[in-house]
Design a protein around this ligand. Structure first.
Ligand SMILES: Nc1ncnc2c1ncn2[C@@H]1O[C@H](COP(=O)(O)OP(=O)(O)OP(=O)(O)O)[C@@H](O)[C@H]1O
Ligand code: NI
Length: 264
C-alpha cells in the first residue's frame, strides 16, 4: 500500500485545455488531476476520448500550437514551464507514446535506444535491455519501418528501461500484445516503480491496471471522476465511489457481465 509520505514527483490539478479552431473554442479537457509519487505506478483508465493522451502530451510539453491550457502542473514542486519541460523531456520525463511513429525513420533502432543508455558498458547494457524486453539482437540493426507495432512497443519499453528518467509515462504500451508480453512489459515497469521511479500507465486493460498499479485514476469526458487504490477494484466493486467506475469494473466478463444477445 502507498504511504503518503513519499516524494511527490508529478502533480497535476484541475488541468484544462481548449483548442482555438477557425474562430471557435473547443473545450477538450475540463478538469484532470494526476498525482504521482516516487515508487508509485498510477494507471489512468477511461473511455476513448477521455483526454488521457492529451494529458500525457501536455506533461511533456508537446501539445498542438492552438492549445490553451490552465491549471497546476508541477514536477518535484516546480511549475512545468515550457523551458523546464524542454529540459526534462527525454531525460527526467519519458513518454512511451501511443502512436508508434515517434522514432527517427532514418536511424537504426539500436542506435536510437543507445542514445538513452549511458556510455558505460554501452554494448553490454543494450544487449541486456533488448533481451529483457524480448527483442532479438538483430533488431538493433533494423530501421523503424521494418518493425511490427508490437516490436515497436518493445523498443519504446527498451528506451524507458535504458533511461534514468524519474517519471515514465506509458500510453497504452501493451495494446495488441499477447498476455505473456503484457505481463512481462508491465512487470518491467513495476520494477522501475519499486526502484523509486514514478510510472504513469495509460491503458484500457483494467485487469492489468489493477494487477500492476498502486493507484487508479478514472477519467471521463475530460474530467477526473475517481482516484482510488487499485485494491478497491475487487468483488462487486462496492468500494468504488463513482457509478461509472463500478460499471467499468462490473462490465468485465470475469465479473459476471453477460452481454445482450445481439441476435434478438
Ligand atoms: N488536434 C485535435 N483537434 C481537435 N480535437 C482533438 C485533437 N486531439 C485530440 N482531440 C480530442 O481530444 C479528446 C481527448 O483525446 P485523447 O487522445 O486525449 O483521448 P484518449 O483518452 O487518449 O483516448 P484513447 O483511449 O482513444 O487513446 C478527444 O475528444 C479528441 O477528439
Ligand atoms: Ni489515447
Amino acid at each position: 500500500m502507498m504511504t503518503r509520505t513519499k516524494t511527490v514527483l508529478l502533480e497535476v490539478k484541475d488541468f484544462s485545455m481548449t483548442l482555438k479552431q477557425s474562430g471557435r473554442t473547443l473545450n477538450i479537457i475540463r478538469s484532470l488531476d494526476l498525482t504521482v509519487h516516487k515508487q508509485e505506478m498510477v494507471a489512468i483508465i477511461g473511455a476513448s476520448g477521455a483526454g488521457k493522451s492529451i494529458l500525457a502530451d501536455a506533461i511533456i510539453g508537446l501539445l498542438p500550437r492552438n492549445a490553451v491550457i490552465e491549471g497546476k502542473m508541477e514536477f518535484l514542486g516546480q511549475p512545468l514551464t515550457d523551458k523546464l519541460q524542454a529540459n526534462l523531456r527525454g531525460r527526467e520525463i519519458i513518454l512511451i507514446p501511443q502512436m508508434t511513429n515517434a522514432l527517427n525513420p532514418l536511424i537504426t533502432v539500436g542506435k536510437q535506444v543507445g542514445w538513452t543508455v549511458g556510455r558505460v558498458n554501452k554494448k553490454k547494457r543494450l544487449k541486456e535491455i533488448f533481451q529483457q524486453v524480448g527483442l532479438a539482437e538483430t533488431v538493433m540493426a533494423q530501421y523503424p519501418h521494418e518493425l511490427s507495432g508490437g516490436m515497436m512497443q518493445k523498443v519504446f519499453l527498451a528506451i524507458a528501461l535504458a533511461s534514468q528518467a524519474q517519471l515514465i509515462i506509458a500510453d497504452e504500451p501493451t495494446k495488441g500484445l499477447d498476455k505473456e508480453a503484457v505481463n512481462a512489459a508491465l512487470g518491467h515497469l513495476r520494477q522501475l516503480a519499486d526502484a523509486g521511479r514514478g510510472i504513469v500507465l495509460i491503458t484500457h486493460d483494467i485487469q492489468a491496471a489493477v494487477k500492476f498499479a498502486d493507484t487508479i485514476v478514472v477519467y471521463y469526458g475530460g474530467k477526473t471522476i475517481e482516484v482510488t487504490e487499485a485494491a478497491n477494484f475487487s468483488g462487486n466493486g462496492d468500494k468504488l465511489k463513482h457509478p461509472y467506475t463500478r460499471a467499468l469494473w462490473n462490465a468485465l466478463p470475469e465479473n459476471g457481465f453477460i452481454p445482450d444477445n445481439p441476435m434478438v
